[in-house]
Design a protein around this ligand. Structure first.
Ligand SMILES: Cc1cc2nc3c(=O)[nH]c(=O)nc-3n(C[C@H](O)[C@H](O)[C@H](O)COP(=O)(O)O)c2cc1C
Length: 221
């Protein structure tokens, strides 16, 4: 065991930090129109480093972050995503789902997958895979994978936002094509596809609201 490093803040500093963080986070929006302007790779790397500090079930860290900037690979991802999304919007999606998406104005066209300078693809590792003696495959069970990767993804989106970058949390459905294009091992499953960059000069976002605290917070005291 190590002694915990914990900086106890003065009460007014706690309040200042908490409200400052809320203010910054309340300006995060999902962006669907990106500028091709390049982004320093160091910003992406540091945000991913922040994501890897996330707690995870039994500290198994069941995630992999694949960062794509290669134009040809981005093109392949766009082509495959648009094929799935076209099928989704035109055939597979239940009417209720399309109705829920309607206010966002999304459709099967995904030009941002080629325009955004980086695509971060998060894979979840449902089990660990290593090689033992004589190359024998060893599988390690992972616990609370969805919860763990969700927390890491949240930290990643937050870190990118704090670094002054825009993101889109994208889930072209189904996402199996990402495993093929990115040549991932069989224990890695696509979790989220996150285009990252600066918003285009004319980027617009849907007018949406967040539920008030009174609707989402219950206090039991
Ligand atoms: C798990 C998840 C999947 C999402 N998938 C998509 C997607 O495939 N395409 C898209 O345009 N937006 C997607 N979004 C973005 C949401 O539509 C967006 O977060 C929501 O409308 C709230 O807007 P805001 O992020 O600007 O607050 C997704 C968000 C989450 C959390």
């Amino acid at each position: 065991m190590d002694p915990l490093r914990f900086a106890r803040l003065a009460a007014e500093e706690q309040l200042r930090q908490a409200s400052g963080f809320f203010q910054v986070m309340s300006t995060r929006r999902t962006v669907r129109s990106f500028s091709p302007e390049p982004v320093p790779f160091g910003l992406i790397e540091t945000a991913i480093k922040a994501a890897t500090t996330a707690p995870s079930g039994a500290n198994q860290q069941p995630w992999r972050f694949v960062v794509v900037s290669n134009p040809e690979v981005k093109r392949q991802i766009r082509e495959a995503a648009e094929a799935e999304e076209k099928e989704f919007y035109q055939r597979r999606a239940p009417r209720e789902w399309l109705e829920a998406l309607q206010p966002l104005g999304t459709d099967w066209h995904k030009p941002f997958l080629e325009i955004a300078p980086y695509l971060i693809v998060i894979f979840r590792l449902d089990y660990g895979l290593s090689r033992g003696a004589e190359g024998k495959e060893i599988k390690t069970k992972h616990y609370y994978v969805m919860e763990s990767v969700g927390i890491a993804a949240g930290i990643l989106l937050t870190a990118l936002h704090m670094a002054g970058l825009a993101t889109l949390t994208h889930t072209p459905s189904p996402m199996g094509f990402l495993s093929k294009i990115l040549n991932r091992p069989k224990n890695e499953k696509p979790y989220l596809l996150i285009p990252v960059g600066y918003p285009s000069a004319d980027a617009a976002v849907p007018r949406i609201t967040k539920k008030p605290l009174s609707e989402v917070l219950e206090v039991v005291s």
